[in-house]
Design a protein around this ligand. Structure first.
Ligand code: XIL
Length: 367
């Protein structure tokens, strides 16, 4: 069993009265019962909702019977965490290697899971081949060929795709500068990618996906305005993906407000990469929060997210996906991610037992 985060005494935590920052009091009251994680016999995650519950997985987990059993118990959708990304498929000379992606898609279908594709175009990947030096005509041809070949290979087998990932600037001030924008046009590359994906797979729901949309209201607003402009240009955007890597210290209400604004576009919404770290990214002041305070912040923010998702019309609830199934599966723990071995940022702990935020989700989903 993985040790709890330093200073976390689970028994004391569950028994202790929580001293809450005023800002989280109101939101947290609704989930007061959530501060006590339910017992080990809590229901499967997927039984909490009448919409798909998803989690990520990678080929390295497919031979782990404990993980396989947990996935079969708790989710009905899988997002390959790495294998469908350009950095894994695209090879030198614009060759493609589908060995890992095929294995993930085949496995998902063998388990009876929905398979969600992440991601066709991402500013941070494919850059060994897609360079500024490439003649624009060749760049465009290879761009079209990549999107249409990958989406076409899995035609009819993917419930949806993150067609373009993280197109908005980090601070929300306009669009992100990237080679695709420079070579094909800052919005034209996005329209192009969606058109190629639609032609290759007429049935998959096509998403524009991004992060910090709740954490940074300016970025959330820029993202939604971008979606509106792309739709006006005819881009066949079928859904909005909000990664929801939540900053649990944001004020109450930001999450609710983003979902209210996002809902007004009328598109299906995918909570696509939910996690809610207890540990801060670097650069801030010393973190003096107690473990109990952090758990309470998780409960309040995740509860707000789940409530906001439930407030959507049923046709707009595409899926609710966590980025990892159990704490031990999280990229935040792994060295290539955030390298935080004691992080606890998901609904299930390392043993697959519910963390405190589980009850907030169960409560919001009405189960
Ligand atoms: C992450 C993976 O989880 C890591 O294993 C990898 O090293 C980096 O990428 N937003 C995204 C995901 O859209 O693709 C990222 O996944 C996490 C942030």
């Amino acid at each position: 069993m993985r040790a709890d985060p330093p200073g976390l005494n689970r028994r004391a935590l569950l028994a202790a009265p929580l001293i809450l920052a005023p800002s989280s009091l109101a939101a947290c009251e609704r989930f007061a019962s959530a501060e006590v994680a339910p017992g080990p016999d809590a229901p499967p995650l997927k039984s909490l909702a009448d919409f798909p519950i998803g989690a990520t997985g990678m080929t390295g987990q497919l031979d782990d019977p404990v993980w396989v059993a947990a996935m079969r118990r708790d989710v009905d959708q899988i997002t390959p965490e790495w294998e469908l990304k350009p950095e894994r498929i695209l090879q030198p000379g614009f060759a493609y290697d589908f060995s890992a992606s095929d294995r993930m898609v085949d496995w998902g279908h063998e388990q009876g899971l929905r398979v969600f594709g992440h991601t066709l175009v991402w500013y941070s990947q494919g850059l060994d081949q897609f360079t500024d030096a490439l003649p624009t005509a060749r760049f465009a041809a290879e761009f079209d060929r990549y999107v249409s070949t990958v989406a076409g290979r899995y035609r009819g087998r993917m419930v949806g795709w993150d067609v373009v990932n993280e197109a908005v600037a980090e601070d929300g001030d306009g669009l992100r500068d990237c080679v695709y924008a420079r070579k094909l046009g800052p919005e034209a590359y996005i329209v192009r990618a969606f058109e190629q994906a639609r032609a290759a797979d007429p049935d998959a729901v096509l998403f524009l996906n991004d992060y910090n949309l709740e954490n940074n209201p300016r970025k959330g607003a820029t993202f939604l305005r971008l979606v509106e402009r792309l739709l006006a240009q005819g881009a066949p955007i079928g859904g909005i993906g909000t990664q929801s890597h939540l900053d649990i210290e944001i004020p109450a209400g930001q999450i609710r407000d983003f979902f209210r604004d996002a809902a007004s576009l009328g598109l299906p919404i995918h909570v696509s990469e939910l996690d809610f770290p207890m540990q801060r990214d670097g650069g801030r002041a010393p973190d003096l929060r107690s473990t109990a305070d952090r758990r309470a912040q998780q409960v309040a923010r995740v509860g707000e997210l789940a409530e906001a998702f439930m407030a959507l019309p049923a046709r707009q609830r595409f899926a609710f996906t966590t980025w990892g199934l159990r704490d031990s599966d999280s990229w935040l723990v792994r060295e290539e991610g955030k390298n935080r071995p004691n992080e606890s940022a998901l609904l299930l702990d390392g043993e697959g037992r519910p963390n405190p935020a589980f009850q907030a989700v169960a409560g919001a989903f009405g189960r």
